[in-house]
Write a protein that binds this ligand. Structure first.
Ligand SMILES: [Zn+2]
Ligand SMILES: [Zn+2]
Ligand SMILES: [Zn+2]
Ligand SMILES: [Zn+2]
Ligand SMILES: [Zn+2]
Length: 254
């Protein structure tokens, strides 16, 4: 396994360990919003499991075992991916039925681990920003998007395929590491995603732009489970729920 896939996902909400010391004196909101990966806690919600983990690798492994046990129970053809089945997701409050091969089911189940990770980041941001939880309720908290397509990297001639969204997004982000971060060094940057020739001004812009190709999300609401492509949209979501709550709940005399 390449070294980068062992790391926690390198994206805007994670504090790289070597930035911790230099970040201390500033403590801007942007810095505070970054979660330190040693604080992470992921909770398994498969059937009645209550397993917790602080490592994404271990958590993925654990959930992968549930998924495999379920598929093996359907028979050897299910696990070998020789036939299409209807898989019933056992994640609490998901209720999804995935029609397809075992890889389609695996992709769905691994999205739950990625979603737990994004909700952890959301809870952290909500806390450091001092925001009230969203008022939409928790019935949808484990609902995740449908993923009918394979997770294939189309950066130049890469074509790597993944069944784990967390590792896939980490992989795609890694391509941006090949681009020099110093914006003045090499001039504009051209996107190398298949069929795209978008020109971007900086390394940060290309990171954001690449997420539009992969539909990658960086944060989720810990209460209702909604996914967001950037922190600002998540904060807007919390603000909107707050305003709606106030306008509904405010008494006439105030
Ligand atoms: Zn479990
Ligand atoms: Zn599910
Ligand atoms: Zn790639
Ligand atoms: Zn592009
Ligand atoms: Zn919400």
């Amino acid at each position: 396994m390449p070294a980068w896939s062992q790391r926690e996902l390198d994206q805007e909400n994670i504090m790289p360990v070597n930035d911790l010391a230099s970040a201390e004196p500033k403590k801007s909101k942007k810095v505070l919003r970054k979660a330190v990966d040693t604080d992470f806690c992921y909770v398994c919600e498969w059937c009645d499991c209550t397993h917790q983990s602080s490592s994404m690798n271990e958590f993925n492994h654990h959930v992968g075992l549930h998924r495999r046990a379920y598929t093996q129970h359907l028979g050897p053809k299910a696990e070998l991916g020789e036939e299409e089945f209807i898989f019933y997701c056992q994640w609490r409050d998901c209720h999804s039925q995935i029609e397809g091969k075992v890889e389609d089911f695996a992709r769905h189940v691994y999205y739950h681990t990625f979603h737990q990770y994004l909700k952890f980041l959301g809870r952290h941001i909500q806390k450091v920003d001092g925001m009230e939880p969203c008022g939409l309720g928790s019935l949808s908290r484990n609902m995740i998007p449908e993923l009918p397509e394979k997770l294939m990297c189309r950066w130049q001639d890469c074509n790597m395929v993944y069944d784990n969204p967390y590792i896939f997004y980490s992989h795609v982000a890694h391509h941006s590491e090949e681009i020099p971060k110093d914006r003045r060094s090499k001039g504009p940057i051209v996107c190398k995603w298949e069929g795209c020739k978008t020109v971007l001004k900086s390394w940060y812009k290309i990171r954001e732009h690449m997420r539009s190709h992969t539909q990658a999300k960086v944060v989720a609401c810990p209460t209702c489970g909604s996914l967001f492509a950037n922190n600002t949209r998540f904060i807007d979501h919390l603000m909107r729920q707050l305003q709606t709550g106030e306008s509904l709940g405010g008494s006439p005399g105030v």
